[in-house]
Design a protein around this ligand. Structure first.
Ligand SMILES: [Zn+2]
Length: 383
C-alpha cells in the first residue's frame, strides 16, 4: 500500500440558521483561510465524545479512550515543559556581537532551538527578536498547559456527564472543546428545504455531502480513503454563531438568549485511528530506542517526511488541532502548501502556525530526552 500524506485541517464554519432564514440551505462555508487568531484563554475545558470509547459494535473500547486522553495530557505536559524551557532560555539568552547565545546550557539545546526560533540580531538594547518570539510562543503553551479535563472522567460518562452538561449551559462554552473519534452524522429532514440531509450532531447543523465530515464517514464505511495522497486525518470545527451572536444592551455585549452553546469539535478520522492502533497508538514510543520509536510513529510518506515527522503521533496531531479551537487561539493553517511538516516549519519559522507550535514543543521534549534534532529533521540518540 502506498504511504499516505497526512493533512490537518481547520474548518471554520459559517452557517445560516434555518430556523431564522427559512429559504436558505444551512451549510458549511468553505475552509476559512482568513480566520484571525484570538488571544488564547486559560482554563479551557475539554472532554471526549462517546465515539472515542466505543468500537463499531458499540462495545467499550478502553484502549482508544485511554490513548486519546493520554495524548491530550501528553500535549498538555509538553506545553508546560516548553513554556518552562522557553522562559529559561530567554533568561539565559544574551547577545554576542549581535547574535544570540544561550548561556548555561549545552550546545545541543542552543542548536535545537535555533532550528525553529532562528538566529536573531539584537533589535533594541538588551532585547532581541528571539526574546520577542519566545514571549509570543509562551502565551500559546501556557494556555494549553492550563486546559482542564477530561471533564466527566470519574464516572466514565465524559460528554454526557453532569459536569459537561453544566458547562454547556454557559455562554462561554464555545471556548471549550470536545474530541470525536469519527463524525457524528445522521440523516435528518432539513425544515427549511424539506429535504433529507446529513446533520452534524456535534456542531448542531446540516452539512453538505461534499464536506470533510461527510468524506470522513464515507471513507470509513468504505474502509478506504478517497485519495491516499490527500485526506484530512483530523478536523477542528467551531460554530461561527457562537463567536458572533451578541447584542448590545445598555452598551454591554450580551449573548443572544437563543444561543446554541456549542463547544468546538476536534474530529479524528477513524481510518487514521486504525493506523495508529496498529502502532499501539504511538503513546509509549519514547520508552523504546529511537529506531523503534520512529517505526511506531505517524504513518506517512517516507519520500517527503523527515524522521521527526514520524514522531508527531497522536500527541502532536491533537496539539496542532487544539490551536485551531477558539479557546486556544483559533490559529489558521494559512497557506496549505506550507502549513505542515518539519521541512516547512524549519524553513519558514512562522510562529503563528499550529504546526510550528506543535513542532517547537516536540523539539523541546526530544531535546529534553537527549535526542538531538538536526536541521534536515534527522534525529540522533544521545541517551
Ligand atoms: Zn491545521
Amino acid at each position: 500500500m502506498r504511504l499516505i500524506r497526512l493533512f490537518l485541517l481547520s474548518w471554520a464554519t459559517g452557517l445560516v440558521q434555518s430556523d431564522a432564514v427559512d429559504d436558505q440551505l444551512q451549510v458549511e462555508e468553505d475552509h476559512n483561510l482568513t480566520a484571525r487568531a484570538v488571544p488564547p484563554t486559560n482554563g479551557v475545558h475539554w472532554t471526549i465524545h462517546s465515539s472515542c470509547r466505543t468500537d463499531d459494535q458499540g462495545q467499550p473500547d478502553n484502549a482508544m479512550r485511554d490513548a486519546i486522553i493520554q495524548a491530550v495530557n501528553d500535549a498538555k505536559d509538553r506545553s508546560k515543559l516548553t513554556a518552562d524551557r522557553l522562559e529559561k532560555w530567554k533568561k539565559d539568552c544574551h547577545s554576542d556581537r549581535g547574535n544570540f547565545m544561550i548561556g548555561g546550557e549545552n550546545r545541543i539545546i542552543k542548536k535545537a532551538c535555533q532550528l525553529l526560533l532562528g538566529d536573531s540580531k539584537v533589535t533594541t538594547f538588551g532585547k532581541t527578536a528571539f526574546q520577542d518570539k519566545v514571549d509570543a510562543a509562551k502565551t500559546w503553551y501556557d494556555a494549553v498547559a492550563q486546559i482542564v479535563g477530561p471533564v466527566g472522567q470519574a464516572n466514565n460518562q465524559f460528554h454526557v456527564s453532569q459536569e459537561w452538561t453544566a458547562l454547556s449551559q454557559k455562554d462561554d462554552h464555545w471556548l471549550n472543546f470536545i474530541i470525536y473519534c469519527g463524525p457524528d452524522l445522521v440523516q435528518r429532514m432539513n425544515p427549511s428545504t424539506m429535504v433529507n440531509q446529513l446533520y452534524d450532531q456535534g456542531q448542531l447543523r446540516f452539512v453538505r455531502d461534499d464536506k470533510v465530515h461527510a468524506a470522513m464517514r464515507r471513507e470509513y464505511q468504505a474502509d478506504a480513503f478517497d485519495n491516499e495522497d490527500q485526506f484530512a486525518n483530523a478536523v477542528t470545527d467551531h460554530n461561527k454563531e457562537e463567536l458572533s451572536d451578541f447584542e448590545t444592551i445598555d452598551g454591554k455585549r450580551v449573548p443572544l438568549a437563543d444561543r446554541k452553546h456549542v463547544a468546538a469539535t476536534i474530529t479524528l478520522h477513524r481510518l487514521m485511528l486504525k493506523k495508529f492502533r496498529d502502532r499501539n497508538f504511538n503513546i509509549k514510543s519514547w520508552d523504546g530506542d529511537l529506531d523503534s520509536a520512529l517505526k511506531m510513529g505517524a504513518p506517512g510518506p517516507t519520500d517527503t517526511y523527515a524522521p521527526i515527522d514520524h514522531m508527531v503521533g497522536l500527541v502532536g496531531l491533537l496539539h496542532h488541532e487544539m490551536y485551531h479551537t477558539p479557546g486556544l487561539g483559533m490559529l489558521s493553517d494559512k497557506d496549505q502548501s506550507i502549513a505542515y511538516d518539519w521541512k516547512n516549519m524549519e524553513k519558514n519559522k512562522d510562529s503563528e502556525l499550529p504546526e510550528y507550535l506543535m513542532f517547537l514543543a516536540l523539539l523541546v521534549e526530544l531535546t529534553d530526552k537527549k535526542i538531538q534534532v538536526h536541521q534536515d529533521g534527522t534525529l540522533s540518540d544521545r541517551r
